[in-house]
Write a protein of this length. Structure first.
Length: 99
């Protein structure tokens, strides 16, 4: 087989700003396909901070396919950022419990 090893964290030797994201993400609700790569100016382990409003109790999953490219600073805004639109108020009583 030719090409990069999809199981390596860093496909480019001596360059740790670019990774195969599947080998870095630890959140089970973020699914990443083979060879999708991510570049981060600071630390590739910081990818999770770019996934905003990703709350476990909502059950959302972020799914990225194979052979995708994700640049440093890209933000993913998940469904948890939404407020109720069919209620008397947008205040999140249900999230805070006993609502």
């Amino acid at each position: 087989m030719t090409g990069p090893d999809k199981n390596k964290k860093f496909p480019l030797e001596h360059y740790d700003r670019l990774c195969f994201l599947k080998n870095v993400v630890k959140n089970p609700n973020i699914i990443v396909g083979d060879y999708t790569y991510y570049d981060d100016f600071e630390d590739v382990e910081n990818f999770g901070r770019n996934v905003k409003y990703h709350f476990d109790f909502i059950g959302d999953r972020l799914v990225k396919g194979k052979f995708c490219m994700i640049a440093s600073g890209v933000k993913f805004i998940m469904n948890g950022a939404n407020h109720l639109t069919d209620a008397l108020t947008t205040y999140p009583f249900a999230i805070f419990g006993n609502g």
